[in-house]
Design a protein around this ligand. Structure first.
Ligand code: NAD
Length: 366
């Protein structure tokens, strides 16, 4: 089976769907890979490394020749979709819950599309869980950004010139990104607190050496382990509790999300105004609008001396390791869809059926 890897077209996307390491492994597993020239450059993987790994390098005009599947990071634009053939397999972050136009375009084209976001979070699919691998990168980088923007040291320092108190960090949302943010902030020596509406995570937060902040709000959990959106009354209670507590922290890293919904607004402007000048908020939910009312997605802004970092697509700021992990997730999915390099789609399988967002090929053709 031939797989094609295009250069990403989305602005600011530095990652690549397959690394040279993944190309070598897929070669052994019975796949043949063609890579668009320059596809890995921004992630630190030049064309020569792909050629050494056994890939065929091509310009976009010939990239899809003989290919049965296209693997990418972000969803293709309209022009790219028009170059896909009926029956072709497509794998990527396709935003199935929010980009209904894009998914419909793929369906109309007859493409059999698998969204990395839709892979069920079951033990058998853990190696394919790209939401987790990329959230891990986000959580780490979010804290590094915060440490860089903060005028304070993170660790406690006892020096001849006296003692510096450690930074106090609050992490809001303790899912995959939040737990990695806690671990990273702890490694840098900060004193860390965290909050999540899912009460079950309190133990995980504490096992990482952070304190669970009780804001008096408890949310419901879906069957898949995700948070449900809070009621309006709970939202108001959470905002009020945070307004009271936020001034205790030097740094806030927010990761709160509800799948398919805009990010919950946890931090009102009044709570930011209650923070000390020099405090930093890194809003890792900026891609879906942000957890802070003052976040401007894609930008860093200052408000009453508080820096609010709303950079989007944070995993793309660490493109080498983000691509390494993503490529392993994609490879695991490909080996599942095409064991031994031969496409064998079983839509009754929980992973294949769950991840396919355009419907079975017969339905697509119909
Ligand atoms: P996510 O990115 O959808 O959300 C991030 C966090 O925000 C979640 O912990 C959520 O509870 C929290 N949140 C939502 N609304 C909030 C609010 N108003 N205030 C504070 N926090 C709020 O979630 P995720 O990180 O992708 O993972 C969520 C769940 O999936 C977890 O239970 C995780 O353990 C589970 N998971 C399971 C597997 C598996 O293989 N079984 C793999 C990865 C994740």
């Amino acid at each position: 089976m031939r797989i094609s890897v295009p250069r990403e077209s989305a602005p600011g996307e530095n990652r690549v769907a397959l690394t040279p390491e993944a190309v070598t492994k897929l070669g052994v597993a019975g796949f043949d890979v063609s890579v668009e020239r320059g596809a890995g450059v921004l992630a630190g993987f030049p064309d020569e490394l792909y050629a050494d790994a056994g890939a065929t390098l091509a310009d976009y005009g010939h990239l899809l020749d003989g290919a049965e599947a296209v693997v990418r990071v972000a969803q293709p634009n309209a022009e790219e979709v028009s170059s896909l053939r009926e029956g072709m397999v497509l794998v990527g972050f396709l935003q199935p819950l929010t980009d209904t136009v894009g998914i419909e375009r793929l369906r109309e084209r007859g493409v059999v599309a698998f969204a990395m976001e839709s892979i069920p979070r079951i033990t058998r699919a853990q190696s394919m869980d790209a939401l987790s691998s990329q959230a891990t990168i986000s959580g780490y980088k979010g804290v590094i950004l915060a440490a860089d923007r903060s005028p304070k040291l993170f660790p406690m320092l006892m020096t001849a010139a006296g003692t510096i108190a450690p930074a106090r960090v609050l992490v809001l949302g303790a899912g995959v990104a939040g737990l990695q943010a806690i671990a990273t902030a702890r490694r840098l020596g900060a004193v860390v607190s965290a909050f999540d509406v899912r009460a079950a995570v309190a133990e995980q937060v504490e096992s990482l050496g952070a304190a669970f902040l009780d804001l008096g709000v408890r949310g419901e959990e879906t069957e898949g382990g995700y948070a449900q959106e809070l009621t309006d009354e709970q939202k108001r209670a959470q905002q009020a509790a945070l307004e009271e507590r936020l001034g205790d922290f030097d740094v806030v890293v927010t990761t709160a999300a509800v799948p398919g919904r805009p990010a919950p607004k946890l931090i009102p402007a009044s709570a930011v105004e209650g923070m000390r000048p020099g405090s930093v908020i890194v809003d890792l939910a900026a891609d879906t609008g942000g957890n802070c009312e003052l976040t401007e997605p894609g930008r860093e802004v200052a408000h009453t001396g508080v820096t609010i970092v709303g950079l989007t697509n944070v995993p793309s700021l660490m493109p080498a390791d983000a691509s390494r992990l993503y490529a392993r997730n994609v490879s695991a999915l490909l080996e599942h869809l095409a064991p031994g390099g031969t496409l064998a789609l079983d839509f009754d399988d929980e992973i294949t059926g769950g991840a396919c967002v355009t419907g079975r090929p017969s339905e697509v053709a119909a």
